[in-house]
Design a protein around this ligand. Structure first.
Ligand SMILES: Nc1nc2c(ncn2[C@@H]2O[C@H](COP(=O)(O)OP(=O)(O)OP(=O)(O)O)[C@@H](O)[C@H]2O)c(=O)[nH]1
Ligand SMILES: [Mg+2]
Length: 186
């Protein structure tokens, strides 16, 4: 069976839990203390094209206990869509994650998240708790399925493009000559 390599990016405001998510998924570990990730430009709700380049899927994360991070989620999605798309021109599948659902203090209602998810064409959304390890694997499994399906679709598409190209253009010197002389009025 062929091996597939996918690039998944994760964006969102500072402190929402992006690094923690990756650590939890990759190492099943969690740190309570916060160490700011250096090197991104996420303080401006925008990333360079280089970071987005060739991404197959994306996670936009916000913190359920900080409303401002939810408002930024839409900006992050727009930033992604203006800078990056899949090979067939369609938007990069993007999952909206409402993290820190273990906290009792909440500033965002589920209905609002649902609406933003629908309006801004996320492929889905879910609450997670990276701290408790809730829904992390499920998120990644969902995205992997999306990427594999999309990959098959695009692959199929490029095959049919090739077939059509072969059918449509005939490099027959005789037919080219006759068309040219037929069209020429001088
Ligand atoms: N209660 C709770 N805290 C969390 C959760 N996920 C992350 N945190 C905490 O939130 C803080 C920030 O987490 P990070 O993963 O560093 O956040 P980040 O999004 O990578 O932040 P930047 O690197 O600044 O962009 C840390 O103190 C984490 O321990 C969660 O699900 N629940
Ligand atoms: Mg970080």
């Amino acid at each position: 069976m062929a091996e597939l390599l996918f690039k998944v990016i994760i964006i969102g405001d500072p402190t929402v839990g992006k690094t923690s998510f990756v650590q939890r998924y990759v190492n099943d570990s969690y740190r309570r203390d916060y160490k700011m990730t250096i090197g991104g430009q996420e303080r401006f709700t925008s990333m360079t094209r280089v970071y987005y380049k060739d991404a197959h899927a994306c996670i936009v994360m916000f913190d359920l206990s900080q409303r401002a991070t939810f408002q930024s989620a839409v900006k992050w999605k727009k930033d992604l869509d203006t800078k990056c798309s899949l090979l067939d021109g369609s938007p990069v599948p993007c999952l909206l994650i409402a993290n820190k659902c273990d906290l009792s203090h909440r500033e965002v209602e589920q209905e609002e998240v649902e609406e933003v998810c629908r309006e801004h064409e996320f492929v889905g959304w879910t609450e997670t708790s990276v701290k408790e390890g809730l829904m992390i694997d499920e998120c990644m499994r969902f995205l992997i399925e999306e990427m594999v399906n999309k990959h098959a679709e695009i692959d199929g598409l490029s095959e049919s493009f090739t077939a059509r190209r072969g059918d449509g253009i005939r490099l027959n010197p005789d037919s080219q000559k006759s068309t040219a002389s037929g069209r020429c009025s001088c």
